[in-house]
Design a protein around this ligand. Structure first.
Ligand SMILES: Cc1cc2nc3c(=O)[nH]c(=O)nc-3n(C[C@H](O)[C@H](O)[C@H](O)COP(=O)(O)O)c2cc1C
Ligand SMILES: CC(C)CC(=O)C(=O)O
Length: 375
């Protein structure tokens, strides 16, 4: 297996592990505490089988969809992740170019290592950009960030609601995770000095610099009235990211969000939170067709996308494999990841007898333990 030749995302992951410094690999790959949720995100996909229906004309399969008024080539978005420059010197610029080339949206993290205006430039041609928002205690800063994104042409914000504190990632503690000198989440410039991100902990402080900065800046008092607060000054669409309970999903719809991202943060926040795939159907039942439903966590195969859609998701987001592609081969590596997922999703649609996204329905799936007679 060479850098150029990997045939699935597990092989790509192994290449990325070899290439990245231990501290970066630890940060990218880990989940919180015993990593039960991290593992379960993947295991949940294995709990479902797909019952193919045959003799359906699948000579053409239509993977396209319209989301927030824009056309996507297939139902995949790039999940927000911090610090792309840890994987490649071009950082989020390379990722954004790949999103544009593959005509899928990118969600940029608040903790990006490239400014949002530069990312917007690089993403020209992508269906749209979203800015993921970590809500800072300093609300003036937060308002400026949102208005800056609106001005730069971002279509939506995705407010991350599963992180009143950063989850306890033991690899980061062990490695005293910190950013290399000269690298910083640039949007936070006016709040946190570059030295602070690179500083090693002293005394009783959290050993991980990311945990320390997060603790000092982010607002653990965040509640649902935040949505109305944003509405009052911004016309951007508002999504919430990190929903697992159908009650929270209903509450989100009640306060007027434009979309929900079912997520447990890739198993990095509450350990023993349920696998996201297991939450999708319940949430879909609760909110119906009110707003688009996205999900992320452990999506690695075309059949995974098909399963998520069959359970009620409109689209999925993919996280770590994007960073692996970026680490192994920059923009081209990210494009290769997206292309492979698209090819494999089309294959899953063909072999299961689903020529359109609409035809991917719950009755194509059989959960472990369910009798065949359910179909
Ligand atoms: C290295 C890394 C950094 C992340 N940074 C953010 C972030 O800044 N904001 C956020 O809302 N989620 C963040 N996430 C969570 C992802 O958006 C997403 O929920 C998760 O990675 C999806 O799972 P997957 O990696 O199994 O595809 C991060 C995840 C990873 C692995
Ligand atoms: C910089 C971090 C707060 C980004 C994050 O959400 C994560 O590492 O999971």
């Amino acid at each position: 297996m060479t850098d150029q030749h990997w045939v699935n995302l597990d092989e790509l992951e192994a290449l990325a592990m070899k290439k990245l410094p231990k501290m970066v690999w630890g940060y990218y790959s880990s989940g919180s505490e015993s990593e039960a949720t991290l593992r379960d995100n993947r295991a949940a996909f294995l709990r479902y089988n797909i019952m193919p229906r045959l003799m359906v004309d699948v000579s053409k399969v239509d993977t396209t969809l319209t989301l927030f008024g824009e056309k996507l080539d297939f139902p995949l978005l790039i999940a927000p992740m911090a610090y792309h420059k840890l994987a490649n010197p071009e950082g989020e610029v390379a990722t954004a170019r790949a999103a544009a080339a593959c005509r899928i949206p990118m969600i940029q993290s608040t903790m990006a290592t490239v400014r949002k205006e530069e990312v917007a430039q690089a993403a020209k041609g992508a269906p749209f950009l979203m800015l993921q928002l970590y809500v800072t205690k300093n609300r003036d800063f937060c308002r400026n960030l949102i208005m800056g994104a609106q001005k730069a042409g971002y279509k939506a914000i995705a407010v991350t609601v599963d992180a009143p504190r950063l989850g306890h990632r033991e690899a980061d503690e062990r490695d005293s995770f910190h950013l290399p000198e000269g690298m910083a989440p640039v949007e936070l410039d006016s709040l946190v000095s570059a030295e602070e991100h690179a500083r090693q902990a002293t005394g009783d402080e959290p050993k991980s610099a990311v945990a320390r900065v997060f603790y000092n800046q982010m607002d653990s008092a965040l509640t649902w009235d935040f949505v109305a607060w944003v509405r009052a000054f911004s016309s951007m669409r508002i999504l919430v990211k990190g929903i697992l309970s159908p009650f929270d999903a209903l509450r989100a719809v009640e306060v007027g969000v434009d979309g929900i991202i079912v997520s447990n943060h890739g198993g990095r926040q509450l350990d023993f939170a349920p696998a996201t795939l297991d939450c999708v159907a319940n949430i879909k039942r609760a909110i119906g067709d009110t707003v688009p439903l996205l999900m992320d966590g452990g999506v690695r195969r075309g059949t995974d996308i098909l399963k998520a859609l069959a359970l009620g998701a409109d689209a999925v987001c993919v996280g770590r494999p994007i960073l692996h592609g970026l680490a192994v081969n920059g923009q081209q590596g990210v494009q290769d990841v997206i292309k492979m997922m698209r090819r494999d999703f089309e294959q899953a649609m063909r072999l299961s007898g689903c020529p359109s996204l609409k035809s991917i329905t719950r009755d194509k799936l059989l959960k472990q333990g369910e009798p065949l007679s359910r179909l």
